[in-house]
Design a binder for this molecule. Structure first.
Ligand code: GMT
Length: 379
């Protein structure tokens, strides 16, 4: 099949997922075209089956906002025609599903019918998509998609609660390539760069937006390091980073917290981690937690959104209500203080992650493409 994938090319989970999906589909013999404004960060290898087409939005002084949707829909039309794309798979509804619908309509005028598969990822539905300023267009583009998938059951329910959706939503959970998280790949000497031998390594990876509750990460770690030697590794960039750094100064724990910024070596960092913190306000899935679990790192998280579908309480880690930092710190310490307990949770995390292995999940997307081709809706 010739597939067009539209996603955000940044470090966010939806872009990461879309990239890994495209790469796996290409390994399975499909021809994959990534169509976005820059090369996706995890798309290091382009080969005869993987192509990247950049969407350019020329600057013009009249525009206060550059019309990205317009440029994207034009590019989609061109790419479908040139590369004979069979299915357009858009990740994150805003504005991708809307632009894809416009492309579909333009192509229809020329006698080409291309189905659209829309994958809902999270804030395209919850925090952003349901805002009155966007809701009408988001509802329209969901209803005009030939197939809609969501990354968790919880996100499906949120979508049905917040929007008047007419079509069915298929839950296809996020996935990881379990083989990529082989913890024996890196040498112990690499760990020395992160922490002292006697220190437990606690990690957080995100885009540091308010929804991630970065201050809670610091608060939880502050309580942990009061009782055991530990280092906190903060991976990512975003609006909340400065405040978090300030909080570390206030608590006088700057020497125990390392802010690494965005990193393409997340698997290496996770490989030496003992615990992962994800106290988010909401999370449709929590791909970062799944990546940690695949590396055998237990997760201390909030119990909001789709996180309970990924992090299993008492097996792969613990869940607490949003903002319950004392409870989260206690749970963290109960794992970190005892070597045997830590080992049990590491194994529990890794076992739980195998449920989401790429080889089990990607066939569901292939089935959706077939279905969308068969049952494409007319416009
Ligand atoms: O929706 C977002 O906030 C952005 C998006 C992203 O691109 O990082 O994150 C969402 O999609 C991820 C991949 O499916 C999920 O793992 C995240 O849980 C989800 N974020 C939220 O729901 C806050």
């Amino acid at each position: 099949m010739n597939l067009g994938i539209v996603c955000y090319p940044t470090f966010g989970g939806s872009g990461v997922l879309a990239t890994e999906l495209g790469l796996e589909l290409s390994r399975k013999g499909h021809e994959v075209h990534f169509i976005t404004y820059s090369q996706p960060v995890r798309l290091e290898l382009l080969n005869s089956n993987v192509h990247f087409h950049e969407v350019n939005v020329p600057e013009y002084p009249l525009f206060h906002y550059q019309p990205y949707e317009l440029a994207l829909s034009s590019k989609l039309v061109d790419m479908v025609k040139i590369h004979k794309i069979d299915v357009l798979h858009v990740h994150y509804a805003i504005p991708h599903a809307y632009a894809a619908y416009m492309a579909k309509k333009m192509l229809h005028e020329e006698g080409i019918d291309v189905p659209i598969v829309t994958t809902l990822h999270g804030t395209d539905i919850t925090l952003v998509g349901s805002h009155p300023f966007y809701k009408t267009a988001v509802t329209f583009s969901i209803n005009k998609s030939d197939a809609v998938t969501s990354v968790s059951q919880n996100l499906k329910e949120d979508t049905q609660r917040l929007f008047h959706t007419k079509n069915d939503i298929t839950v296809i959970p996020n996935f990881i390539d379990i083989n990529k998280y082989n913890t024996t790949t890196y040498k112990d000497s690499d760990r020395d760069l992160l922490a002292l031998p006697e220190e437990r390594v606690v990690t957080h990876v995100s885009n540091f937006r308010p929804v991630k509750r970065i201050a809670d990460v610091v608060e939880i770690f502050y309580r942990i390091q009061k009782e055991i030697p530990a280092k906190l590794i903060m991976v990512g960039e975003g609006s909340e980073r400065k405040e978090a750094e300030q909080l570390c100064k206030t608590y006088k724990i700057e020497d125990k917290v390392v802010f690494l910024g965005n990193s393409s070596e997340v698997d290496k960092i996770l490989c030496f981690s003992d615990l992962f913190l994800l106290p988010s306000q909401t999370e449709s899935f929590g791909l970062a937690a799944l990546e940690a679990m695949a590396s055998g790192v237990p997760v201390i998280s909030s119990d909001s959104g789709g996180i309970p579908e990924v992090n299993i309480h008492g097996v792969s880690g613990f869940l607490s209500p949003v903002g319950a930092i004392d409870d989260m710190a206690q749970n963290a310490l109960s794992i970190l203080k005892d070597e045997t307990v830590l080992e049990t949770f590491k194994k529990g995390a890794q076992n739980t992650a195998t449920k989401f292995d790429i080889h089990k999940i990607v066939p569901f997307y292939e089935a959706i493409y077939e279905e969308a081709l068969k049952n494409r809706i007319s416009i």
